[in-house]
Design a protein around this ligand. Structure first.
Ligand code: NDP
Length: 258
């Protein structure tokens, strides 16, 4: 028997952080392959711009749809009510991508605990709540296999000065991914993670020139990654029906150097 990759056409995909950066690139690729995408992030204006950009892209010949919801993923109340939203009523979810995240750049003892808490709340608790509530919906009603893709970070694997809360949140995402891959595999819900290195988005554009140069000197490929390269990895994990508990490093080889 020959196994082939599944398809994104007609699949219902929830993408947190879908308004910008990596999440937006994933939404763009999934939508171009005919998926019905629901983008979730906080700022309504950015969501609207993202949805307009996708819809204006004449390349979508596969008749996917795009919708958006403005919310903060770290709020438990949002996820508890999520199952009763109109989008869910019409589209039982097949794929969840957790890309919403905020960064931190401060030495641990100087960083405010409020910001550290917000980082963990958004990155880890936001992912955890989304996994829990969306997996319940996936289990209830869907056609075909389901897939969850969590975006971790190289800092969650290897740490790094000035990133304690961020690194903790991203390491937590890896632990969560592994535990859920074991629990949810038998329900045909696959759970995988992408571990990006440095990707060209709003999150990295604020790095100082000397920081960028130091990083570029360590990346064997000599460049930062492009969000579309992360999107291709997300598409692979969404479609490969034997990928479960896969932790996919996408860092230009940086992890070989840290
Ligand atoms: P961006 O800052 O470009 O985008 C972040 C996205 O997350 C935006 O859509 C933002 O929208 C959304 N977001 C932030 N906080 C919340 C919240 N509380 N609730 C809902 N949405 C939220 O970052 P990237 O695209 O670079 O990052 C995407 C993911 O990839 C993050 O998890 C990040 O940690 C991870 N990552 C990024 C790397 C990089 O080099 N860029 C490297 C490794 C991992 P809004 O502000 O409107 O809410």
């Amino acid at each position: 028997m020959v196994y082939t990759l599944g398809t994104l056409k007609g699949r219902n995909c929830i993408i947190t952080g879908g308004s910008r950066g990596i999440g937006f690139a994933i939404a763009k690729l999934f939508f171009s392959k005919g998926a019905n995408c629901l983008l979730i992030s906080r700022q309504a204006k950015h969501l609207e711009n993202a949805a307009n950009e996708l819809q204006a892209d004449g390349n979508n010949k596969n008749e996917g749809t795009v919708s958006f919801l403005s919310a903060s993923v770290g709020q438990a109340s949002f996820w508890k009510d999520f199952g009763s939203t109109e989008w869910i009523a019409e589209r039982p979810p097949d794929i969840l991508v957790n890309a919403a995240g905020i960064s931190q750049e401060a030495l641990f003892m100087r960083a405010s605990m409020e910001h550290s808490e917000a980082v963990v709340q958004t990155n880890l608790m936001g992912t955890m709540w989304a996994c829990r509530e969306v997996a319940k919906l996936m289990k209830k009603k869907r056609e075909g296999p389901a897939s969850i893709i969590n975006i971790s970070s190289i800092l969650g694997l290897q740490g790094g000065r000035g990133s304690a809360a961020y690194a903790a949140s991203k390491a937590g995402i890896l632990g969560l991914t592994r535990a859920l891959a074991a629990e949810m595999g038998p329900m045909d819900i696959r759970v995988n993670a992408i571990v990006p290195g440095y990707i060209m988005t709003g999150m990295t554009e604020g790095l100082k020139t000397n920081q960028k140069d130091a990083l570029l000197g360590k990346i064997p490929l000599g460049r930062f990654g492009h969000p579309s390269e992360v999107a291709e990895a997300a598409s692979f994990l969404a479609l490969n029906e034997y990928a479960n508990n896969c932790v996919l490093n996408l860092d230009g080889g940086l992890s070989a150097h840290l």
